[in-house]
Write a protein that binds this ligand. Sequence first.
Ligand code: 4AD
Ligand code: MG
Length: 450
Amino acid sequence: MPEENQNEAVAAPLATIASLNQHEGKPVTLRGWLYNLRESGKLLFPIFRDGTGTVQGIVPKAAVPPEVFERVRGLTQESSVMVTGRVRADKRAPGGYELDVDNVEVLQRVSEEEPFPITLKEHGVEFLMEHRHLWIRTPRQSAILRIRAEIIKAARDYLDDNGFVLTDPPILTPAACEGTSTLFPVDYFGDEAFLTQSGQLYIESTAMALGKVYSFGPTFRAEKSKTRRHLTEFWMVEPELAYATLDDLMVLAEEFLSFLVQRVLTRRPLDLKVLGRDTAKLEAVKPPFPRITYDEAVAMLNDAHARGLLEQKFEYGNDFGSPDETYLSSQFDRPVMVHRYPAAVKAFYMEPDAQNPNLALCVDVLAPEGYGEIIGGSQRIASYDLLKKRIEEHHLPLEAFSWYLDLRRYGSVPHSGFGMGIERAVAWICSLDHVRETIPFARTLNRIYP
Ligand code: 4AD
Ligand code: MG
């Protein structure tokens, strides 16, 4: 704040829209942008936004100097402004407050010749994605990004407060984790390296060092999938625990997810309101979550097919497709944990079920309301010999996994972990149609701009 404005600043201290409740009946200065302007006779209704929310201002012609009235009247969408006014509680206002505007100082007025491209009318998704750097200013998109931040913070808080140590795995890696077909290659000083698909193998080693660990970072999949659930770059939070079984992992997954949802409900109610989210559905998300086996899930799918609810007949032994997951997850009011898939459709590192070695001790957590898989995890193979055999069966380069096999040479223990894709969790919690709106700049099969 420049020196000469200090007196004025004391009279109308800086405030954010989210904190207007602390200034009821008092003058404040907001720094933000014009979102919209309505005119009704001798009244102007500018809506301002400042990154923390939006607030409607009221400017009666009779209440302000003529030049202020004209300045507000001439404002264009997304012009940057400093606004002073008095905060007034109003039950009808979405945030509970309105602003009786005294003055508006314009920092940069957007010209009529080049208006802000994203108007209040409908735009196509391609156009919006092309203008993503501007689209994120609109109330819905801003609300989603604030909820994303809240989910990330909640995930970290939960793990930090429950004895997990954050250990950051490398992003440049020499080998695959989740299968070789989906790797992004990188030239590493003449050698071929890859962008990581998951921190898992590395945090298995930090778990053997520290007990309970997690990683949180970007992961990459060169999948040629164009679904509403797939990004090529996404953020994954992965807890990994020494001395933990599949059952322990399922308990962690339900507590962790419930914590995230309840945190968003308590800390981001206004943003959920902006999105029109049915919060009753989120309130139901509390432990325990239903647990069903892969076999039980298949029986449900067959039954749905027989009743004409699912087009495709499900072949036992396959992994579930999107329509299958959508159907399964829509059968429950909270996330459902599907465990013990056929080992053949899952990753090489999963511990087989002692009762039936054709099954893997793994779990996929499917979010309700048709969202499908948001968490994938498993108990890991503890036996050196079995792990080596699996690496060979999957035609993976044994030398590259030598260090990973060391974890089974030196004090191997049962251990388990899972990965949750942040964007899938955000899409579900915000009730969005597509993961492209859950991250500031989505990377998909056909988009790497802006
Ligand atoms: O099921 P995935 O492939 O599991 C793993 O990567 C394990 N190594 C994790 C572990 O056990 N530590 O991926 C985990 C989660 C999925 O459930 C999903 O939420 C998300 O990551 N995910 C994606 N999100 C967006 N776009 C994609 N292409 C994704 N692929 C996986
Ligand atoms: Mg998975």
